[in-house]
Structure formats: C-alpha cells, structure tokens
Design a protein around this ligand. Sequence first.
Ligand SMILES: Nc1ncnc2c1ncn2[C@@H]1O[C@H](COP(=O)(O)OP(=O)(O)O)[C@@H](O)[C@H]1O
Ligand SMILES: [Mg+2]
Length: 382
Amino acid sequence: MKQAMILPPATIGILGGGQLGMYLALAAKQFGYKVVVLEPDPLCPAKRAADIHICKKYDDQKALEELAQHADVITTEFENVPASTVDYLNQFKPVYPQANSLLIAQNRGKEKSFFRSCGLLTAGFVLISHIQDCHNVKTEMFPAILKTTTMGYDGKGQVKVMQASQLEDAYIQLAHPECILEKMVSLQHEVSVIVARNQTGSNTFPVIENHHRNGILDISYIPAAIAPELIIQAEQAAHLLAEKLDYIGLLTIEFFITTDGKLLVNEIAPRPHNSGHITLDTSLTSQFEQQLRAVCGLNLGSTVLKKNGAMLNLLGDVWLDPALNPFEIMINEHPDTKLYLYGKTQAKSGRKMGHLNICNDSRKKLEEQIKQLKNSLKIDDL
Ligand SMILES: Nc1ncnc2c1ncn2[C@@H]1O[C@H](COP(=O)(O)OP(=O)(O)O)[C@@H](O)[C@H]1O
Ligand SMILES: [Mg+2]
C-alpha cells in the first residue's frame, strides 16, 4: 500500500454529514486541518464543525469536483456512499476506504460471504431473491430474521420469522428484491472491535460490549466483560478482515457471542461506530482522531484506556415527553457524566440525538450510574 502523508493545514474531505462526521471534523480541527463536508441535508450536524459544507447529493458530479478541488484526502462517515462516487473522486484525490470495502459493507450477503471466505464464523444464512426461494429453506433455519441485504440500519429492514410458513409474508412485507434470511442465534453478548489500518500499521481499540434496545444501540461498555480468549479471537478477526480488504481507514466489526461461547461475525461498518463514542473520554486517542490519522497516513495513536467507561445513547424519545426537560436533568442532576448533543433540531422516536459518557474502573459502579441516568431520563429498562 502506497499512501501519501497529508499534513496540516491540509483539508480533509468527508462524505456524509452526521454526528460521526461532526466529531471527525472536530478531531481534524484539533490537529490544525481544514474540513469540507459533502452532505445533502442542509441541517446536518457536521456542517457545524466544518469550514465548508457542500449541500449536494453524492452523485452530483459538479459537487464531487468541488469536493475534490478543496480536499487533499477524502474519507467517509456514511457507508451507503455509492461506490461510483468513490471511484469518480479517486481520479482526483485519494479516498479511504476504497470502493471495494464499501461495496462489501453495503450488502449483507456480500459481507457474510466475505467473512466466511476469511475462515470466520457467521450465523447460518441463505439469500432470498425471489418469492420461490421462500419455499426452499430448510426447517432447521428457523426461528430466523429476514433482513434486506442493503440500506438497513438500527434494526430497520428486518422482520423476525418464527417458522417456514411465515417467510413468504415477511418477504412481501419487506418489499425489497434481495433479502438475507439469518438463523436467529442465542446471544450471550454483542461486542464490537474498531480497527485502524494504514501504511504505518494497524491497531485495535479494546473490545466494546454492546446492549441494544429495540434493535438500536442503547449502552456500550469498554472494555467488554468477556472471556480473554474471546477478546483475542475478536481482535485477531478484526486485523484479519482489515488486512484482507487491504483497508486504509477505520473499520468497525460487530460480533455476536453465542450462549455456547462461539464468536460470530455479524457485520462491518467502514467508518467510526456509535459504540466507539466512549473512546472520546476513555482513550488517549478517540476513534475519530484515529480515523484522521489513518487516512492522513500518520502514525496511529495509542488506544490505551485511561479509564474504563460506559456510554448511554440519547434517542429522540427522551425529548418527546413534554413533562421532561432532559437537558436540565443531565446538566443539573448528573455533573459526573459527559454530555454530547449533536445539534439536531428535530427529535424523533429512535433518532440519535446525543449520548452520555461516564468513566469509572468499576463495572458495578458504571452499571449503577447507567441505571440512575435511565431512571431520571425515564428510559425503560427492557
Ligand atoms: N441472527 C441474529 N440472531 C440474533 N439476533 C440478531 C441476529 N441478527 C440481528 N440480531 C439483533 O438485531 C440487531 C441489529 O441487527 P444488525 O444485523 O446488526 O443490523 P443493523 O444494521 O440494523 O445494526 C443486532 O445487534 C442483534 O441484537
Ligand atoms: Mg448492527
């Protein structure tokens, strides 16, 4: 891999303008870089931290030329950037990660086949691309989850299918030409590993333990409370996947740990990850600074933990209760937490509005604090 070193005050181009782009832009600013963001939403969080916001679509050729003119290197915070966009930009400026990795991460079928080709385990799966396929699935696949192969996130584009007779209805309900049917696995834990890789080498953050609520990430703990051999396996798998993709940038791998102790790869995100927000406070280098270092060809920062920590996601639901003033509660009642809000003007159920980070070396204390936070913000513990 041949990569140019991009030094400040160069300009970092970011495809996508969500909160991940906002924190990447802030990390870039901290190092003295300038930032240009391409994102069609005029109210996007990242524009608040960027020098330039090009408010155009990802397939707008003029906008891409403008982005390439300003930027010295381009990266992404959003995995559904069309591969053709990346290929077009690549004629002018380096883009990391490259289109091959995006194409895999954008399609659950390609993703799972890629994991297996690397010798890693996944949940059992079968592709459903025609109604006829619904009738050829073995009964041992059930209970299962039918997922659209593309565009799904936060549990969207998924339906549980308890038995074979329900599959056809589920496929019709999803109304998506290509779906993947995954055998439901019995989960002991869900964990993520964030790996960075560039010409200088690769490293991982400590394994993060994730707890979901209604298919959306709710709480993350770093480090994960799992067996040491699983930690080694997860880290090795992360390095292997980054290497097989010849990846440059930051890559997140989501894993399932089954009740019988197996590590299965679930999916990858070619970008920083919601679970990695905790690194803003627990780690010498945050996931965003690491992405910046990776795409600029700089030495990667230390991922050593200063403190153990936990993150609680703040979804729009918290703002929808008229009897609650979440900002006042967080500021006045929880001075020992670090509050992050993304500046989104409209709260919607399930929309990620911000998060809270807490640091403590005692896992028991972290769990107690999360419980108190949830109580005062009236977030049900499911
Ligand atoms: N095969 C499965 N077995 C058990 N639980 C699953 C399975 N697939 C998904 N889930 C649950 O649903 C959540 C969201 O699914 P995921 O495949 O990660 O899609 P998304 O892109 O929406 O995050 C997972 O974090 C996990 O809790
Ligand atoms: Mg997921």
